[in-house]
Write a protein that binds this ligand. Structure first.
Ligand SMILES: Cc1cc2nc3c(=O)[nH]c(=O)nc-3n(C[C@H](O)[C@H](O)[C@H](O)COP(=O)(O)O)c2cc1C
Length: 354
């Protein structure tokens, strides 16, 4: 058999690596601890097996979904990631322009290096991601700026009471990064105030508080269990986001491909359910939709594409659209709603287990 020729998407990480400094590359790619969770994520999606339909008209395929009441032309969104301006000078603005043109959704990290106003000016649909500090009042100005600039939801990241340890070989990017690349949406003098450290006492009441404080729907990011997902929904969350933080928090947790099934079953139709972690191609997206996700989010590949600025991210959305559209046609699906019965039950031969 001849050598397999890979797609543009499959070569993306290796190409990006050639343009990044070692500290930046390590910052983007790393997982915490020994990297078990990061390493298993993509493999878990690829261990799932699908039952395609045949004899269905797939002339027109629609990738669109409705997320928190707003249409998105794509069933994936851009996950929040920091240091986009270290990857490309245009940073979040380039990501936002390309995502707006593709008709998709972008979640903006609270550590972003571009202002909410600059991002909103691209016309992109965007949500704010936040960590809550131990003194909740200190996040108020950030929330007000996001509401004023038109954020459509607040994504509360709950898997980071502390930042998990990892071991860079050549120094931490944060020590090398230009301060202008990060946290530009906090007011001057925010850093170093007592109470800005990440809250160790997060609870369901914080979901309700955020909703009241902003008037926006709250999405809870970093949930891996059905019982926790139910607590979020009971506390007023509009959506639950299954995530291991790209394997950057507790190492050796279950894969998001596995957790998604439990969370979807626990939440039912009461709230939306999203998933991220290791989703790299169109069949990965289809597998997540078939497992019950209302939408998926993608972190590192967008950064890899952003090495080439807005054009790179535009090409990434286009390649993902082409692959997902092809996978849906081959599976006999004309819409995301058609994908829900595709997942094959676990086989006895272990094929669709990690
Ligand atoms: C470089 C980098 C920075 C990140 N920064 C944040 C962040 O600021 N807030 C957050 O909630 N998640 C952050 N994440 C996690 C992503 O939102 C997402 O959960 C994860 O990257 C998904 O996995 P994937 O990279 O395999 O697609 C970051 C991930 C990476 C790789």
């Amino acid at each position: 058999m001849g050598e397999r020729v890979g797609s543009w998407l499959s070569g993306l990480e290796a190409r990006a690596a050639r343009s990044m400094s070692t500290p930046l590359r390590e910052y983007v790619e790393h997982g915490s601890g020994e990297g078990h969770t990061t390493g298993e994520a993509t493999r878990a999606w690829r261990s799932l097996r699908l039952r395609p339909h045949v004899l269905r008209d797939v002339t027109d395929v629609d990738l669109g979904v409705t997320l928190l009441g707003r249409p998105s032309r794509l069933p994936w969104g851009v996950a929040p990631t920091s240091l986009q301006r270290a990857v490309h000078p245009d940073g979040e603005v380039a990501t936002a322009r390309a995502t707006a043109a593709a008709g998709g959704l972008m979640v903006v990290s609270s550590n972003a290096g571009s202002t909410f106003a600059e991002i909103a000016a691209t016309g992109v649909d965007w949500w704010l991601q936040v960590y809550l500090p131990s003194d909740r009042t200190l996040v108020g100005p950030l929330l007000d700026r996001a509401v004023e600039a038109g954020a459509g939801a607040v994504v509360l990241t709950v898997d980071t009471p502390v930042v998990a340890t990892w071991y860079p070989t050549e120094g931490l990017i944060w020590d090398l990064a230009d301060p202008a690349w990060t946290r530009v949406n906090f007011g001057p003098g925010h850093e170093g105030q007592p109470g800005t450290e990440k809250a160790l006492d997060l609870g369901p009441h914080d979901i309700d508080w955020l909703r009241e404080r902003t008037g926006l729907p709250v999405v809870v990011k970093g949930v891996l269990r059905g019982d926790d997902a139910r607590r979020c929904v009971q506390a007023g969350a509009a959506a639950v986001w299954v995530s291991t933080h790209g394997g950057r928090q507790l190492d050796r947790v279950l894969t998001t491909a596995q957790a998604l099934l439990e969370v979807r079953a626990a939440v039912g139709a009461e709230a939306e359910v999203y998933v991220d972690g290791g989703l790299r191609d169109g069949i990965d997206v289809l597998s997540a939709l078939a497992s019950g996700a209302d939408a998926v989010f993608v972190g590192r590949p967008v950064l890899h594409a952003l090495v080439e600025g807005e054009a790179g991210v535009a090409r990434w959305h286009a390649a993902m659209s082409a692959e997902t559209g092809e996978a849906m046609r081959l599976a006999g699906c004309r819409s995301v709603a058609d994908t829900r019965d595709l997942l094959a039950p676990p086989a006895n031969d272990g094929l669709n287990r990690l």
